[in-house]
Design a protein around this ligand. Structure first.
Ligand SMILES: O=C(O)CCC(=O)C(=O)O
Ligand SMILES: [Fe+2]
Length: 321
């Protein structure tokens, strides 16, 4: 009997095209306001994400954060392991602390290690999971998170406006006790980046993702092809999470994405913004039309509980009402 075919999610060569006309959008946040809002709407409808330049986060701080990450991941594993979490604290959590990539437990080989922790609300901070080496890691991270929060609020305003809503709509919806998670992914350099993926196809179950990458690897699926998010120095890649797709009843999509390995060591430094666990998330009335799917309404924690049981976590719960 022939062995089963490699699932497309795990095959780095699947659906790749070198001469695609599709390009992941890049938006200059210093552009004319109306134009920026329009570009965001188009990008969110067409892709579910975009890159941003001139976003206001000081490049020197971004560089310091990258340097901290590089030095931490270069430590021997027993040192990194001092910041590991033995297991998730609730059944709907991913692990927090240092560890290997969790998607591997869903049956595919994802290559890399990572450091994840909750950073907002303040009560969720477990400082034992924050690196103590390099010595300035924690201070740098604190400073970096403040900038991430500012940027996230600004993006939420722009996205709200792009939906024709009051600029404060999404920030109010996520609320003061919204959840922010910090994640550093580390993918070792690989002599054959086609042998497996760094992280397989998935959408983010949260609200909004902000990511910086040092070398190429992140891809978004568009018209059935994988399109690389090009590396632009000091830019951020922004993508919507499933909660925004649900809120907008599918007008804006949380994009499916994955990461390839690279010949070079690859780092991504990310922050995710999500609603509080108990927040009830369902389509807003103004987006419910006959021509678009209607999504189920449930709490953010319920959504995660369901998504965690689905292999590959890919667009798990789309239009399932
Ligand atoms: O590291 C990357 O390039 C992407 C990681 C990612 O998509 C995630 O952690 O959700
Ligand atoms: Fe992701």
């Amino acid at each position: 009997m022939a062995p089963p075919a490699l699932p497309q999610e795990m095959n780095p060569a699947a659906l790749q095209s070198s001469d695609s006309a599709n390009e992941f959008p890049v938006i200059d946040l210093q552009g004319a306001h109306e134009e920026v809002v329009k570009q965001i709407r188009e990008a969110c409808i067409g892709w579910g994400g975009f890159q941003i330049v001139n976003h206001g986060v000081p490049p020197a701080l971004m560089e310091r954060m990258r340097q901290m990450a590089k030095e931490f991941f270069a430590l021997p594993v027993e040192e990194k392991w001092k910041h590991s979490a033995s297991s998730p604290t609730t059944t709907v959590d991913l692990f927090h602390g240092y560890g290997t990539k969790e998607f591997g437990t869903k049956g595919a080989l994802d290559l890399g290690d990572q450091l994840r922790h909750k950073t907002w609300p303040l009560s969720a901070r477990a400082y034992e999971q924050w690196p103590t080496y390099p010595a300035s890691f924690r201070d740098t991270e604190e400073e970096y998170l403040q900038q991430q929060e500012k940027l996230c609020q600004h993006l939420m305003e722009l996205i709200s406006e792009s939906l024709g809503l009051n600029p404060s709509y999404l920030n109010d919806f996520f609320g003061e006790d919204y959840q922010q998670t910090f994640l550093v992914n580390h993918y070792p350099p690989h002599p054959d980046p086609t042998c497996t993926v760094g992280i397989q196809k998935h959408s983010d179950f949260s609200g909004l993702t902000i990511l910086m990458q040092n070398v190429e690897g992140l891809q978004f699926i568009k018209d059935g092809e994988w399109i690389m998010a090009k590396v632009i120095p000091d830019a951020y890649v922004i993508n919507l999470g499933d909660q925004i797709e649900i809120l907008t009843n599918g007008l804006y999509k949380s994009p499916e994405h994955r990461s390839l390995l690279n010949y070079a060591e690859r780092f991504t430094i990310m922050s995710f913004a999500s609603p509080p666990d108990a927040k009830v998330v369902g389509p807003m009335a103004e987006f419910v039309t006959k021509s678009r799917p209607i999504y189920k309404t449930r709490t953010y924690a319920q959504y995660r509980t369901e998504v965690m049981t689905i292999p590959h976590m890919a667009k798990a719960l789309v239009a399932d009402a």
